[in-house]
Design a protein around this ligand. Structure first.
Ligand SMILES: Cc1ncc(COP(=O)(O)O)c(C=O)c1O
Length: 328
């Protein structure tokens, strides 16, 4: 692994009490600020961990090109870490990926391939396309965040442990959205070991199939529809999501998430991404039904600076039908 100082800045992110949101005295919402990681997202944790494991296993060497499919944040982490090691990277992202994220990934020195989300060819799905690419050469190393159990393991080893320490072991509920499910699955395992009574709640965007699947709906695939929030939810079931560890799934919609994103900027001084808006919106719903004393913890997976052309842009908000959320 590279010796650049930036890699030492991964993890040990701040935990903040979102005081303006507390629904009643003694019921407190806390958020782990994962945008403080060097590339501005939670994904630096898993890529640092997974690349180190690849090095330890002798699967990554000086000729290796790292290949991955990502909604954009994992791609930035792969690009940054690959370049810091003098390696190439090829990243597949969906066309929903914000232009800021694509610019960030390219700035770190990666090749970016944008895949259409409206294509009827299953091989055009960005994760599938990355897997196909990775199979073309022995020098390609596939990170495979949707299938590699090193992903939830990274969160168990780092984020989950930090949350227990930050909260002195007192966590009544943990809320997180899932795409790979690595965050919620890995953190939940650590939190349940700390206290089996901690409730694990999946925040799932409307249009994702995770909630209907978790609830045992046979027609769960019929719940699939497009939504704006990036990085949260899934339109297929993936290996890295541990549904057995969840206690509940709560839906949020784009409007809930965007309204909360704008509120967090104004009231809490935090510029966060759409999935963070969904996470905090669901955390607040959970908090409203809890009795004091209670501590609800969630994560802020990435920075709002990655979406300046979207949720923080009044033209985009109006085009998407969210113009009424603009304060002035
Ligand atoms: C912005 C954002 N939020 C949430 C998530 C979900 O994290 P996980 O893949 O660990 O479930 C991702 C993952 O891509 C993400 O990019």
């Amino acid at each position: 692994m590279s010796k650049i100082e930036a890699l030492k800045l991964i993890g040990n992110t701040p935990m903040v009490h979102l005081k303006t949101l507390d629904p009643k005295p003694g019921v407190e919402i806390y958020a782990k600020l994962e945008f403080m990681n060097p590339t501005g997202s939670i994904k630096d944790r898993i890529i640092q961990y997974m690349v180190q494991k690849g090095l330890d296993a002798g699967k990554i060497n000086a000729n290796t090109t790292l290949v991955e499919g990502s909604s954009g944040n994992t791609a930035a982490s792969v690009a940054m870490i690959a370049s810091s090691m003098g390696l190439k990277s090829i990243l597949f992202v969906p066309d929903k990926c914000s232009e800021e994220k694509i610019a960030i990934i390219k700035s770190y020195g990666a090749e970016v391939i944008v895949k259409s989300t409206s294509s009827s060819d299953p091989n055009d799905e960005y994760g599938v396309a990355a897997g196909i690419k990775a199979s073309e050469s022995e020098d390609y190393y596939y990170i495979d965040q949707f299938n590699s159990m090193l992903n939830p393991e990274a969160h168990y080893m780092t984020l989950g442990k930090e949350i227990v320490d930050d909260m002195n072991g007192k966590i009544d509920a943990f809320v997180a959205a899932g795409s790979t499910g690595g965050t919620i699955s890995g953190v939940a395992k650590r939190l349940k070991e700390n206290d089996p009574n901690t409730k694990i709640i999946l925040a799932d965007p409307e249009g994702s199939i995770n909630k209907p699947y978790f609830e045992g709906k046979e027609d769960y695939m019929s719940y699939k529809k497009s939504f704006e929030v990036e990085g949260a939810g899934k339109t297929k079931i993936v290996k890295t999501m541990d549904f057995d560890i969840l206690d509940e799934a709560i839906s949020f919609n784009d409007e809930n998430a965007i309204e909360m994103v704008l509120r967090l900027a104004r009231d809490e001084g935090l510029m966060v991404g759409g999935s963070a808006g969904g996470n905090v919106w669901v955390a607040l719903e959970v908090a409203k039904r809890m009795e004091a004393p209670a501590k609800i913890v969630t994560v802020i997976p990435d920075s709002g600076f990655k979406y300046l052309s979207k949720m923080f842009n009044s033209t985009w908000l109006k085009e998407k039908g969210f113009g009424h959320l603009i304060a002035n």
